[in-house]
Write a protein that binds this ligand. Structure first.
Ligand SMILES: Cc1ncc(COP(=O)(O)O)c(C=O)c1O
Length: 435
């Protein structure tokens, strides 16, 4: 079947994270409903990875569609410098309320400052960029001029803007750009290593940035929550901020609304995007404490936070995010996602016995199957075999991360659909495990 617009795509579009010299033609997607994507040839694919981890409740959710439509008719967009609007005000309050238990759980005595302010941007990278800039500049506003270093986790991925790339593991994506990236100290999720880094960098750390519990792009690597509790103590002792990048883990993916809940920590900055709008609109939020916000409040204009994007706090994005949060609360989305993850994990459990399977792991609704590979990571040779096998699937969309095949479908996924994901994952790995 010839699809005329696919020729235009091939001639004019430049796709993300795509090697146009190697990769096959993109899938021509013409519609989406629930857990399913519809292709131009009539084929349907179950969205096993929630369209890059964003689609939360399912595609085309009637309540989300209604929220978008109504808001578009009322107020589509207005600049957020010097103007305010109800969807952003209400969503800011709502996010602060959702994040409130973090501080009260982390410190029942009330000594932990809650997240109180929201800075709006467009995507995960910009949410991180805002946090990095504001962390450094907040120290400056407080007279601390030597806090010029960030600590991040090995294998981290925080996005594609310059600050976010600097905080991310350079290999394999960003090494070439190193002349333009700032130096970041990297540690394993291990309290001794982090303590050592703080000791080496005495008084010079602006913030420790991390993906809590699950390092997505690293291959859905999972680490123990106890590390984060110790990390919070170390950040506090050393006067450094904690930046939790919950762009992937936020809104229930790990079984709780925020992954930080499971670690009993309350960060100074919380970066959110992806599931924020249920996966429908590009929107991101960087939450911070009132003290951080106040450090920029001054009678001198030069002390302001000079950052803002054209679509900052886009009203349509905010309106649909408000509705998505209502659904999350009413339907207990984190629990639904965890049940989906548990069913997929159980379906794959037999594979644990296979010597070529390195690990089968799960956090909430994220299930990852890691295969033994000579060279692991995104560029693992096995990765291209897995990619090809995924592309040959006729009923589920999966996209491996190197030698790791994972599933993270939306919360509307039924038991029967979970079983399809299991079958598809088995179909992908079995020939490689038997060969
Ligand atoms: C943890 C994390 N932070 C930041 C980002 C960047 O988000 P975006 O692609 O929306 O810029 C991602 C994207 O996958 C991510 O997983």
């Amino acid at each position: 079947m010839t699809i005329d617009w696919l020729k235009l795509d091939s001639k004019h579009c430049w796709h993300p994270f795509t090697q146009h010299g190697l990769d096959p033609e993109p899938l021509p997607v013409i519609g989406a409903q629930g857990a399913w994507l519809e292709l131009a040839n009539g084929q349907r694919l179950l969205d096993g990875i929630s369209s890059w981890w964003a689609c939360l409740h399912g595609h085309g959710h009637p309540r989300l569609v209604k929220a978008i439509t109504e808001q578009a008719a009322q107020l589509d967009h207005v600049l957020f410098a010097g103007c305010a609007h109800e969807p952003a005000a209400r969503l800011s309050a709502e996010l602060v309320e959702h994040a409130a238990p973090l501080a009260s759980q982390a410190s029942p005595s009330g000594s932990q400052e809650p997240l109180a302010r929201v800075f709006w941007s467009d995507d995960g990278s910009t949410a991180v960029e805002v946090a990095l800039k504001a962390a450094y500049q907040s120290h400056l506003r407080n007279g601390e001029t030597s806090r010029t270093t960030f600590i991040a986790l090995e294998g981290a991925y925080h996005g594609d803007t310059v600050g976010a790339m600097s905080a991310s593991e350079p290999a394999p994506f960003f090494e070439e750009l190193s002349p333009f990236l700032f130096h970041v100290v990297r540690v394993k999720p291990n309290p001794e290593e982090l303590a050592e880094a703080f000791a080496d960098l005495e008084g010079r750390v602006a913030a420790f940035i991390f993906e809590p519990l699950v390092q997505g792009a690293a291959g859905m690597k999972m680490y123990d929550s106890s590390f984060l509790k110790e990390a919070q103590g170390l950040c506090q002792e050393n006067g450094a901020f904690m930046i939790a990048d919950e762009v992937l883990t936020g809104f229930g993916r790990t079984g709780t609304t925020f992954a930080c809940e499971q670690a009993n920590i309350s960060p100074d900055f919380l970066c959110l995007s992806k599931g924020l709008t249920g996966g429908t609109m590009p929107l991101a939020a960087t939450l911070c404490t009132e003290a951080i916000f106040q450090s920029f409040v001054s009678d001198e204009r030069t002390q302001a936070f000079f950052h803002g994007h054209t679509y900052t706090a886009n009203p349509i994005g905010c309106a649909v995010a408000l509705e998505s949060l209502r659904i999350l609360r009413e339907e207990n989305t984190p629990q639904k996602l965890a049940a989906i993850g548990a069913r997929i994990e159980a379906g794959l459990a037999d594979l644990r016995e296979n010597p070529r399977v390195k690990d089968l792991r799960r956090r909430g609704g994220i299930v990852a199957l890691e295969l033994q590979a000579e060279k692991s990571g995104y560029m693992a040779e096995l990765g291209s075999q897995l990619r090809t096998a995924c592309r040959n699937l006729d009923s589920v969309l999966l996209r491996p991360l190197g030698n790791v095949l994972y599933a993270m479908p939306p919360a509307c996924t039924t038991n029967e659909e979970c079983d399809r994901v299991v079958t598809a994952m088995q179909q992908v790995v079995n020939p490689l495990l038997d060969s």
